[in-house]
Design a protein around this ligand. Sequence first.
Ligand SMILES: Nc1ncnc2c1ncn2[C@@H]1O[C@H](COP(=O)(O)OP(=O)(O)O)[C@@H](O)[C@H]1O
Ligand SMILES: Nc1ccn([C@H]2C[C@H](O)[C@@H](COP(=O)(O)OP(=O)(O)O)O2)c(=O)n1
Length: 336
Amino acid sequence: MKVRGVRGAITVEENTAAAVKDATRELLSRMMELNDIAVEDICFILFSATADIDAAYPASAAREMGLDMVPLLDVGQMAVQNGLRMCIRILMVFNTEKDHRDIKHVYLRGARVLRPDLIYSVAIDGPAGAGKSTVARIIADKLNLTYVDTGAMYRAITLKALEKGASRTAEIINIAEESSIEIKKGRIYLDGRDVTEEIRKPSVDQKVSKVACIPQVRQRLVKLQRKMAENYGVVMDGRDIGTTVLPDAKYKFYLTADIKVRAKRRYDEMLKKGIKTDLKKVEEELAERDRQDRERECSPLTVAEDAVIIDTTDKTPEEVVEEILSHIKRREKNVL
Ligand SMILES: Nc1ncnc2c1ncn2[C@@H]1O[C@H](COP(=O)(O)OP(=O)(O)O)[C@@H](O)[C@H]1O
Ligand SMILES: Nc1ccn([C@H]2C[C@H](O)[C@@H](COP(=O)(O)OP(=O)(O)O)O2)c(=O)n1
């Protein structure tokens, strides 16, 4: 195994022991989770804090998290004119098989400004079957960003509504407001339960556009989506990402494809999963979903003015990925 380092930083709003420990815990957990770091693989961790933080040692939070056998050291960050205030920085050195390009450095809250070259957002919108999630996943991996499938969040609420037999709008709004939805390593958790596979059921397909039409459901999910993008760099796909969720996303793409091709892709996907269906029926359902997504009043599917439009009808996923990366490479120096 090799020895590699991962950097992270986070800001705190107040100089209290609770704020310092909370922030340190959040940053450390995220660095370990994103880089698959086990406690026994950590060689040592260095913490620095700016001079305006003196309520607690960041390392004490690490010890409380069970890292008490890992050598930990707190140091003062050197003061630089106009430097970021109230900031905790971490350097963790660990054993890994990963290439140094695959290490995900983590800059949370106000500390995002330290590395705008690493932390930025890519919005990918378009109709069902255009290939959004296929390419978004690959791009996130290549750019070391986190993939957020917003459709999966609408699907999770729909699944819960179906399970509870909730059909009235007020009940569905309640479900959206009370449920916890998390996305970790490409899996989606609804109230702590992994529902990644279940949300792809045909019964969810049929109801999800209706649920996504409810403004209060959208408000709640959009808030969660913005929070995710605030905390880390994301590749986010959906219908309204470039227009509503992240209008300031650094990069915006709109993928589209002929409806017949999109229907065939969905049909093949269902066959692979062992779901027997009829191509004509898949096409009709897709057309109906397109209609509902485009015609709804609240954040309908539209092309953001500044989005790059890519027609994927005659392109392979690899070609689409290349095209997207070629746009991003023009402005990002860290993209290989
Ligand atoms: N460019 C492409 N060419 C051929 N098949 C594709 C392409 N992009 C995606 N697919 C396939 O089409 C299906 C739908 O793609 P997906 O990424 O889920 O679309 P979306 O997220 O836009 O609904 C998947 O089975 C995927 O493997
Ligand atoms: N940001 C989003 C994402 C999805 N939706 C809606 C639109 C779709 O009908 C459903 C499901 O989205 P999803 O991307 O999972 O659907 P497909 O995989 O494209 O079939 O949710 C939305 O309204 N806004």
